[in-house]
Ligand binder design. Structure first.
Ligand code: PDD
Length: 285
């Protein structure tokens, strides 16, 4: 079945899903996005994603393309049209079309595009094996809390990881891990505390991060929201990442150093199970 795309109010076939070359998303990466999980045909934690989208737009003084209710209705329709059972829904808002000029245009209509991707999320083989990551310098801009499509630095990082024969990269700034190329990064310390960088302009406030930290606290873990070094990560008993496309995914090797016995650890496995159970039961976490 060929995919149906959403472009500014219309549901169209891929060959008709087009925007202008003057779209500011294309010329300036003047666009923000969200990636939401779909499980059993239902959006997971989508209200939180839409709230973060609204914040991203507001930080950039970008007008919403339509109401949140209209966005959600279009998301649900797209999932239905594509008969998506398990996978991702990608949504992007750009400032729209205007002749090329750095300043924000006085008048432009924000554009909204969406598409779905089929993906095996629940039974990902990587959850059994665990990820290998390398550390790389964080070359991104200084407002990583805004979820913009300016993704060249993480894209280069991900490619560097693949070229090095591993799965992903953790970015490091001033000697401290910020986050993964498209996920939040965590370690489990030898005394079983869960440590992840505090929120701020340096990292994205992950929707999955929020839910997982809540579940971890409920399960009795102590959470430490402080940045850590790669050295601390290499000495941790476990590490993992979180995102809408990976849930909780164990990391078993950092810069060639195996964590523990090199297999996914019990804390990462437990948090993954808790997250998936909650997502299948509740939708809003
Ligand atoms: N990425 N940090 C970065 C830099 C990210 O790009 C993402 C998400 C996250 C995790 O956020 P969330 O839990 O809300 O998915 C953290 C998405 C999945 C992507 O770009 O494909």
């Amino acid at each position: 079945m060929s995919r149906t795309f959403y472009v500014n109010g219309d549901f169209v076939a891929e060959e008709n899903a087009k925007i202008s070359v003057l779209d500011r998303g294309f010329l300036f990466a003047d666009a923000v996005y969200e990636v939401s999980t779909v499980l059993k045909g239902k959006l997971i934690d989508n209200k939180a994603h839409l709230k973060r989208l609204a914040r991203s737009m507001s930080e950039l003084s970008m007008a919403p393309p339509c109401s949140e209710a209209e966005i959600e209705a279009a998301q649900l329709e797209l999932i239905k049209l594509n008969e998506l059972d398990e996978g991702l829904l990608y949504l992007q808002v750009s400032r729209g079309v205007a002749d090329r000029d750095f300043a924000y245009p006085a008048k432009s209509k924000s554009s909204l595009v969406m598409f779905t991707q089929v993906k095996n999320l629940l039974n990902s083989p990587m959850a059994e094996q665990g990820l290998h990551v390398i550390s790389i310098p964080d070359m991104r801009w200084k407002r990583r809390d805004i979820k913009t499509v300016g993704l060249l630095a993480p894209s280069m990082g991900k490619q560097a990881a693949l070229d090095a024969g591993v799965h992903d990269a953790w970015m490091v700034e001033d000697g401290l891990v910020t986050e993964g190329t498209s996920n939040n990064a965590y370690i489990v310390t030898k005394d079983r505390k869960i440590q992840t960088r505090h929120l701020g302009h340096e990292i994205l406030s992950g929707i999955t991060r929020h839910a997982v930290l809540k579940f971890a606290a409920e399960a009795g873990y102590t959470i430490v929201e402080e940045p850590f070094t790669i050295e601390a990560a290499r000495q941790a008993s476990e590490a993992f990442i979180t995102s809408a496309s990976t849930f909780v995914m164990p990391v078993v090797n950092i810069d060639g150093v195996e964590l523990g016995d090199g297999k996914p650890g019990p804390v990462s496995k437990q948090l993954r199970l808790i997250y998936i159970k909650a997502a299948l039961e509740h939708q809003d976490l």
